[in-house]
Design a protein around this ligand. Structure first.
Ligand SMILES: [Zn+2]
Length: 314
């Protein structure tokens, strides 16, 4: 049979060839098609491989940025540059976690068991954003796959963003930077996931002006009717010898904070006064509205109190 194989007429030298590719060249694309075809034909039938395929589809469909999906896949395939992985490649002498120094830093330790990871994870669990707290069972190379098996699908985005943020914090610490407080990281995750969900659910909504309240509970309400989208209104100049003061406020219910802003323009449309401010205690948009009116009274215009100006246009 070997003698029947025809040799190349061009007398090329032998070279290593990647058989799934027509030209024998290795590429990630060809590996992807190979894995997909194996999955479709059922050739990869071991439980771990089935779990990997299932999890990958779930991660790929998750409403998070591509970089977060890729990060998650690196974590699952043990490709993150943890101390353990770097020691394996002779890039580090020790595999001990350089944050806590208590254990070897593998993926599970970095994203789950290290103290800084535990703190954020527990805060998310306490806020009911994640239905599973840090658990000693989440260890080994398949811990993310095992966790995804028991995690409700609607928590996928929150879980991936949690891991991504923990890894970000870990990198900040290892690069000598100060770590953000747990509350800040928690707020970042809520805000990020909420924005992603809002964009996906209400692609036509006017989110440029930030009119929608970003609240974590919205994530769990996929059947909620989208808000009415109003057509944008052009700003109209006030009459001659009049000035127009536009004020607006917004708030975030989950944190009880808000922001306010105001612009005063004359009848030609020229801005003669502009100001903005934050409210550390705010329960509603209405409260923000009332407060912004009061704040305007305290702002100053050309060194004089704005009170007389306010009375003039009220
Ligand atoms: Zn550690």
């Amino acid at each position: 049979m070997i003698l029947k194989i025809r040799t190349s007429a061009s007398l090329e030298s032998n070279f290593l060839a990647w058989h799934p590719d027509r030209l024998g060249k290795f590429s990630v694309r060809s590996v992807y098609h190979l894995v997909v075809s194996l999955a479709e034909t059922g050739d990869c039938s071991s439980s771990t491989e089935v779990l990997v395929n299932k999890s990958w589809k779930r991660i790929w469909a998750c409403n998070v940025p591509q970089k977060v999906r890729i990060f998650a896949w690196k974590a699952i395939s043990n490709s993150l540059p943890t101390m353990k992985n770097k020691k394996k490649r002779n890039l580090e002498l020790l595999s001990t976690c350089c944050i806590c120094g208590a254990e070897e830093e593998d993926v599970a330790h970095a994203l789950c068991h290290c103290q800084q990871a535990r703190n954020l994870w527990s805060a998310m669990y306490s806020a009911r954003a994640i239905s599973h707290d840090v658990n000693s069972a989440w260890s080994g190379t398949d811990w993310i796959l095992n966790l995804l098996e028991v995690l409700p699908k609607e928590e996928d985005a929150m879980f991936l963003m949690l891991m991504w943020r923990i890894w970000h914090n870990r990198n900040e610490i290892t690069h000598g930077k100060s770590i953000a407080p747990v509350a800040v990281s928690q707020r970042f995750i809520f805000s990020y996931v909420s924005s992603l969900t809002t964009i996906k659910q209400y692609p036509q909504a006017d989110i440029i002006k930030g009119k929608q309240v970003a609240h974590p509970d919205r994530i769990r309400l996929p059947s909620q009717a989208p808000p009415a989208v109003s057509s944008p209104r052009r700003w109209e100049k006030p009459s001659t010898r009049w000035m127009k003061l536009n004020v607006d406020g917004s708030f975030q219910a989950s944190y009880g904070k808000g922001g306010i802003g105001a612009v005063l323009r004359d009848s030609s449309g020229n801005v003669i006064f502009a100001a903005c401010g934050s409210m550390l205690v705010c329960g509603s948009a209405m409260e923000a509205d009332y407060s912004r009116a009061g704040r305007v009274l305290q702002w100053r215009f050309n060194g004089r109190s704005c009170l007389s100006l306010w009375k003039l246009i009220a």
